[in-house]
Design a binder for this molecule. Structure first.
Ligand code: AMP
Length: 547
């Protein structure tokens, strides 16, 4: 029997999944809820909606139409949130420009995305000034600034955001359109080659919003709901701050935008605004727990989700010792990003510290509506026995359908209808996924594969270690051997030796966690670990510096 499609009476309305509708519920239920920017501005959702309309009028006035692209170069701000809504609601495409890229990569992304208009924070004017003569498609540049006085610039600015907003009407009739319309575009930098553009439709972003929500509803341990006070600590250019601003706006949460990340300001906002829910890469939480400012603060109401990289056990323990409710989640730019979350199943909340750390650092269970598997190089599914490792492949409704204007790379990403993540991991009989490495970072020694993440995880638990990274370096005899880079905590500098670290690894050999040949031959003590544009360990750079 063929399937029977539903009948639609001629007058029935097919409701498209559009970003504009995420903004409706809070306006009815929580119009007075606050949106805060640093210690500078606060306004309510009614004002947010009016400013979204003002921004739409402003952009229209500057020539932005459906199908055009608007680039934004800003810190995490209320203005960025307004762009998250107004730009796609016009049917235009929001390009969240990665302001941490090297100038030539930044130029490449703006030209490749074909940005028509750019909104730029005054802090990033020098970046744009340096490449202005090579911009191919940009017709208008609008300034975003917190200062009363606009800074001097050689750019031909069309005006300053607040001044232009105050001259724009706060009502705008946003049309319905096809839910498959492209809403956002941003670039991911791989280990090689040029940045690749990933893009998401209205439908995908709306479904991702519900995906996040259903993940939080599935497990009690994180319990994120409308009563939470939300503050992103993931740049809004990095996978739309993981899509959480869309979810928190739909829920009508109080939202706090921290601007440029500065430890003192972040902690002041967490305490002063009573922030209860944030997310970030491990580097940010590491920066906070290493800051002397945190020492006597009560952070017991703060839930923080760590993603973008594995959460090392040592860091998890440090955060828990400050009473931060920390757990990890997994995803990537190509996946919008939600794939899994390590939320703790009911009944496991009463575990001791070791048990808590174990569960909170796992890569996690697939979120509702996420299909995950591990496959061999031929694409054959592998057993979920908690040991066999393979490439993680996925299907969900919110995966980029290709790389922007790059058919070859798109087909490499998508093989046989599965998105290939480039990550290696195992799935245990319970269904938990554990990522053991990026395919490119696996250390191949004497025909065996070592997980650099597992070695980092182990050494992160040494009392003297502040941060660590492990990479494979070429070795004539074994192919590759592990090298560990270690940043010591200040009080241990000059006191902890290479042998101390090797002895620590040896304990994990003795208890059967890792084989003997896993112990790094070389331990380099360094002042800092190189980081990528989104604050993650930059293994490509480490290899370059230490080979
Ligand atoms: P990006 O596209 O910059 O967000 O990077 C995505 C990559 O970060 C993934 O493909 C993983 O290699 C890594 N990643 C993200 N979350 C985790 C996690 N929880 N554990 C291990 N690796 C992660």
């Amino acid at each position: 029997m063929p399937i029977r499609k539903i009948q639609k009476t001629p007058s029935a309305h097919s409701f498209p999944l559009l970003i504009k509708n995420l903004l409706q519920a809070p306006l009815v239920s929580f119009p007075d809820q606050e949106i805060v920017y640093r210690d500078q501005f606060r306004y309510n959702y009614t004002t947010l909606a009016k400013r979204v309309s003002q921004l739409a009028n402003l952009l229209k006035h500057h020539g932005v139409d459906a199908g055009d692209t608007v680039g934004v170069m800003d810190w995490d701000s209320h203005r960025y949130l307004e762009c998250f809504f107004a730009v796609p609601m016009l049917g235009a495409i929001l390009h969240t420009v990665n302001v941490r890229l090297a100038p030539e990569q930044l130029l490449y992304t703006i030209n490749h995305a074909e940005d028509d208009v750019i909104l730029v924070n005054s802090d990033f004017l020098p970046l744009l000034e340096a490449i202005k003569d090579q911009l191919k498609t940009v017709k208008k540049i609008i300034l975003l600034t917190d200062e009363a006085q606009a800074p001097a610039t050689s750019l031909d600015l069309s005006g300053e955001y607040e001044a232009l907003m105050s001259g724009s009407s706060d009502s705008f009739e946003f049309d319905d359109f096809d839910e498959d319309a492209m809403a956002t575009l941003f670039y991911t930098t791989g280990t090689t080659g040029l940045p690749k553009g990933v893009y998401f439709s209205h439908r995908q972003l709306v479904l991702h919003t519900y995906g996040l929500l259903s993940t939080f509803a599935t497990y009690k341990s994180l319990d994120v709901n409308n009563a939470d006070v939300y503050m992103p600590l993931t740049p809004m250019f990095h996978v739309h701050a993981w899509g959480v601003p869309y979810m928190c706006t739909m829920l009508g949460n109080k939202q706090v935008y921290p601007g440029k990340y500065e430890p003192e300001m972040i902690l002041k906002l967490v305490l002063g605004e009573k922030v209860t829910f944030s997310h970030c890469v491990p580097t940010i939480i590491h920066m906070l727990v290493s800051s002397p400012v945190i020492k006597d603060l009560d952070l017991s109401s703060w839930k923080v989700i760590i993603g973008g990289a594995a959460l090392p056990k040592g860091l998890c323990r440090a955060a828990l010792s400050h009473n931060i409710n920390i757990t990890s989640a997994y995803g990537m730019s190509e996946t919008c990003p939600l794939l899994t979350a390590a939320l703790i199943k009911p009944g496991l909340e009463d575990l001791d510290m070791d048990g808590q750390v174990h569960y909170r650092c796992r890569t996690g269970m697939p979120a509702p509506n996420v299909l995950l598997d591990i496959v061999d190089p031929m694409g054959n599914p592998l057993p979920h026995d908690g040991q066999t490792t393979g490439e993680v492949v996925t299907r969900t409704p919110w995966l980029t359908q290709g790389y922007f204007k790059d058919p070859d790379k798109s087909e490499e990403l998508w093989q046989d209808g599965w998105l290939h993540t480039g990550d290696v991991g195992f799935i245990d009989p319970e269904g938990y996924l554990q990522i053991t490495d990026r395919i490119k970072d696996v250390i191949k020694t004497g025909g065996e594969w070592l997980s650099s993440l597992e070695l980092e995880d182990i050494v992160s638990q040494h009392e003297a270690v502040s941060e660590a990274a492990v990479v494979g370096i070429p070795d004539e005899k074994w192919g590759e051997r592990p090298l560990a880079l270690i940043v010591l905590k200040e009080e241990y500098a000059g006191k902890t030796t290479e042998q101390d670290i090797k002895d620590f690894f040896a304990q994990f050999v003795e208890n059967g966690t890792i084989p003997k040949y896993s112990v790094p031959d070389r331990i380099d003590f360094v002042a800092a670990i190189p980081k990528t544009s989104v604050g993650k360990t930059n293994k490509k750079e480490i290899r370059k510096q230490h080979f």
